[in-house]
Design a protein around this ligand. Structure first.
Ligand code: SF4
Length: 591
């Protein structure tokens, strides 16, 4: 099958919609999703670009497997330039939007310009239109979803922003059907800057499948692997991602108080087991997913989705707060306001350490949960101290003359794994194309802590350059197919290759896919270089390279970043951190 891709070009300034066809050959070079998004964002990646001035589009792209009945495969990507990091970025989500878009006969939307007034973008099969959203502006995420659901029904795909996106918080998220978050990098602020409150997509068609019999066979086999793998069949369904609290604590990498120390011992009050026992109402998850790693929780009158591991950590122990009854409502509130929990927590933790050291006064203090809800609100509405916090930890700490206390890379707040006990994860943070992110960096925790696909020791340095590059390349493949990273724990590239062939007819073997992932990572790197984000920014906060851990299983460790980077650059053929002409040519990126 050589299906070309149908794109909707939507200009919010003029209210016009044009249809465009992207050739199958062009799409296949980047797979779809994240890869295609990077290719389409490329013309806008110029030095000094401001992603919040309306000049940069939002590219919403499905993957070639979206809506084809693939396990954990109904995801979609959103690509733009990050207002938090100034890098090219993508973010993806489960939920019905991508699936609905393909069923409506389109594969991607390129949304440019700025609407004069707030609008909802509605795609109803062939019909595309903008509807006024003045009445929704100012609404929280659940209020918006509720009102859209009243009008469009429960089966419509919906992605919306909350007050944080409307007010330009640099780490505002986009929420899909209330429960699923496109969290990192501030795509919600880009959506808000366009006066785009929501997207609603209704599709009634079917996505063509090249070889249904072949797909049936590979799906049966894949589902058996998913049911056999201990993480996808047991740990994630039972505890969700908070299963990692105990595992990371044992490994000596669970950070406390803005990474000033790590948790030790076994008796924490904030484990996944405690969350399941005391606060979990039900499991939840993305449409079409067998794993269902989400949780619906309730505490202190607040009921909602999460917290995931990262949210639990960022709004809890990273702030010195250990009471789940306080952490849960804070995570729910971030979702309601449409705000990334990791960056919100990381920024609060930075403010707390600056106050602890008498560098910058703050209303928040380590261990004091009382003020957290109000400050989260102040961030979303850019009130008082919250206005500066809405810029992120790097700008806030730099303004105070103490950048070293912002636990970030390229301006993005780090997630909850101390890299001193996971050297590959440290390299992953430093080289992630969208800033200090576990997922885009390659999620080395899977190898270093969980032993997936095989165990490599966390504190080992030698060989990590290749591991990180390979994990990043496979991650880029998953994000471009638009399948969940967790499913890749159980399914190697060859399985995705077989599914891709069955659905599209494309002949791309497992290693061809990995090579395509390398093309995508290298393209993103080139775009970052064009925007002035170069090798100088492949750095970690000095805490990780200069201050050894003083407790836990990794006592005495620092990150050996220069050695790790040297090996990584050599492996990638990026001398000095810049892709060589030979590598660019080899990957076909010189065309
Ligand atoms: S494993 Fe979790 S995040 Fe992934 S698709 Fe399933 S429910 Fe969604």
């Amino acid at each position: 099958m050589t299906k070309d891709w149908n794109a909707l070009n939507i200009d919010l300034s003029s209210g016009t919609v044009e249809r465009e066809t992207l050739s199958c050959e062009y799409v296949r070079r980047f797979i779809g999703g994240r890869g295609l998004g990077a290719a389409l964002i490329a013309p806008y990646a110029t030095e000094g670009v401001d992603p919040l001035d309306g000049s940069v589009p939002l590219v919403l792209a499905a993957g070639p497997l979206t809506a084809a009945g693939i396990p954990s495969g109904d995801r979609f990507s959103l690509s733009t330039i990050s207002p938090l990091t100034g890098t090219v970025m993508d973010t993806n989500s489960g939920g019905r939007l991508g699936r609905s878009l393909r069923r409506a006969g389109s594969d991607l939307m390129i949304i440019s310009g700025v609407s004069a007034d707030p609008v909802v973008l509605v795609v109803e099969d062939d019909e595309v239109r903008l509807e006024g959203a003045l009445d929704l502006w100012g609404c929280t995420v659940s209020e918006t979803i509720l009102r859209l659901t009243e009008r469009w029904g429960k089966t419509a795909g919906m992605s919306v922003i909350g007050p944080a996106g409307e007010n330009g918080v640099r780490y505002a998220s986009i929420m899909t059907e209330r429960m699923r978050a496109m969290g990192r990098g501030g795509a919600g602020a880009v959506m808000g800057s366009k006066n785009l409150k929501a997207m609603v997509v209704i599709g009634s068609g079917k996505v063509p499948v090249h070889d249904k019999e072949r797909l049936k066979v590979v799906l049966e086999e894949s589902n058996r692997w998913l049911r056999a793998h201990p993480v996808t069949s047991k740990a994630l369904p039972a505890l969700g991602t908070p299963m990692l609290v105990k595992i990371c604590t044992r490994a000596g990498i669970f950070p406390l108080r803005n990474f000033q120390s790590v948790a030790v011992g076994e008796d924490q009050a904030y484990t996944g087991e405690e969350l399941a026992k005391r606060f979990t109402v039900s499991s939840s998850g993305c449409t079409g997913c067998y794993i269902q790693c989400g949780r619906v929780t309730e505490a202190e009158g607040s009921r909602g989705e999460g917290p995931e591991y990262e949210s639990l950590w960022a709004l809890g122990p990273d702030l010195g707060i250990e009471d789940l009854a306080k952490i849960i409502p804070a995570a729910h509130r971030c979702n309601e306001l449409g705000m990334d929990t990791i960056s919100a927590g990381g920024t609060l933790a930075c403010a707390m350490e600056l106050a602890q050291r008498d560098v910058r006064p703050s209303t928040v203090r380590f261990g004091e949960a009382g003020s957290i809800m109000k400050v989260l609100e102040d961030i979303a509405y850019r009130r008082g101290e919250g206005d500066e916090m809405a810029e992120g930890s790097l700008i806030m700490a730099r303004n105070a003359g103490a950048q070293e206390y912002a636990m970030q890379v390229k301006g993005m707040e780090l997630p909850g794994y101390d890299p001193r006990g996971a050297q590959g994860q440290g390299l992953a943070y430093a080289t992630s194309n969208r800033g200090g992110c576990h997922l885009r960096g390659g999620y080395l925790i899977a190898r270093e802590i969980l032993g997936i696909p095989k165990k490599v020791h966390g504190t080992q340095v030698l060989g990590k350059g290749g591991h990180v590059a390979r994990a990043q390349d496979f991650g880029a493949v998953a994000d471009s197919l638009s399948v969940c990273r967790f499913a890749t724990f159980a399914l190697a590239p060859e399985y995705w290759s077989r599914m891709l062939h069955a659905v599209t007819g494309w002949e791309l073997g497992g290693e061809d896919l990995i090579r395509t992932g390398e093309r995508i990572i290298t393209l993103e790197r080139i775009l970052n270089l064009e925007m002035g984000v170069g090798p100088d920014s492949d750095r970690l906060p000095p805490r990780f390279t200069n201050e050894p851990l003083t407790e836990g299983a990794c006592t005495g460790e620092v990150v050996h970043l220069d050695d790790l980077l040297a090996e990584y650059y050599a492996h990638r053929e990026w001398p000095g951190g810049i892709p060589s002409e030979n590598k660019i040519k080899e990957l076909g990126l010189d065309e």
